[in-house]
Write a protein that binds this ligand. Structure first.
Ligand code: HEC
Ligand code: HEC
Length: 186
């Protein structure tokens, strides 16, 4: 009488084993330890998300060093923010500046922090994540057809158009999906 239910349990376990084996363990890993291995710590300041996340995603503070965030957050730079006006009241600016600099790439121990701790400016003189040497090296094989000339992407500044889990700070290759192209195999 007791042999029958335990047989069912064994069969159930075998079925799970097959499902996991079929896709090379991906699902097991995604639900487990890999899910928490973000490249940079996710954004954890509501004021910053609200004020700086409307024209592009609110970039994680760990994507730029503190000197770069300070330059971007200066009142003059905010008035002419990469061609837009992103000016803030003094109070908001102080809160956001304190949050970004305290959690900047040179202040955090994230997996990619050291690589993003190097600051480079774009043609307009403002620091850019997308001008960082590590960033350039990772993206230089992607043709303009899939970025600037792709209406669903437009610019490298729109990280989350290609990195499906950018908001969680996960930029791993398996979470890339370029609109009109799909996953990236190089
Ligand atoms: C009114 C719209 C707007 C707001 C609000 C805004 N930005 Fe931007 N931001 C832009 C534009 C436009 C660009 C340039 C995008 C491009 O080149 O495609 C940009 C670019 C950036 C970049 C460089 C991205 C790269 O390519 O590396 C950073 C960093 C940045 N913004 C930070 C901020 C911060 C911090 C705030 C809040 C204080 C903010 N932005 C608010 C419009 C905005
Ligand atoms: C046009 C789509 C696209 C956009 C936009 C984009 N990326 Fe990427 N990113 C890629 C692709 C594709 C790769 C993988 C390149 C390779 O393996 O050769 C990549 C790789 C990366 C990597 C390295 C991942 C790893 O595990 O090696 C990081 C980090 C990264 N991107 C961050 C960013 C950030 C931050 C932004 C926005 C400022 C951004 N990306 C914008 C497509 C994009």
């Amino acid at each position: 009488m007791t042999a029958h239910p335990s047989m069912l349990i064994l069969l159930g376990l075998a079925a799970v084993g097959v499902a996991v084996g079929d896709d090379g363990n991906q699902h097991l890993k995604r639900g487990g330890w890999l899910a928490s291995r973000a490249d940079v710590a996710p954004v954890a300041n509501a004021t910053y998300s609200e004020e700086c996340g409307s024209c592009h995603m609110a970039y994680q503070p760990g994507l730029l060093p503190s000197t770069a965030w300070r330059a971007i957050l200066s009142p003059d730079a905010l008035i002419n923010h990469y061609g837009d006006d992103a000016s803030l009241t003094g109070e908001l600016r102080n809160e956001i500046s304190a949050y970004l600099t305290a959690n900047a790439a040179d202040r955090s121990g994230g997996k990619r922090a050291q690589k993003f701790a190097e600051s480079r400016a774009g043609a307009d003189g403002l620091p850019r994540i997308s001008a960082n040497p590590y960033f350039v090296k990772e993206h230089d094989e992607i043709p303009a057809r899939l970025v600037r000339d792709n209406p669903e992407v437009v610019s490298f500044s729109q990280c989350n158009n290609c990195h499906r889990k950018a908001a969680e700070g996960d930029y791993s290759e398996r979470e890339i999906n370029i609109p009109g192209h799909g996953p990236w195999d190089d």
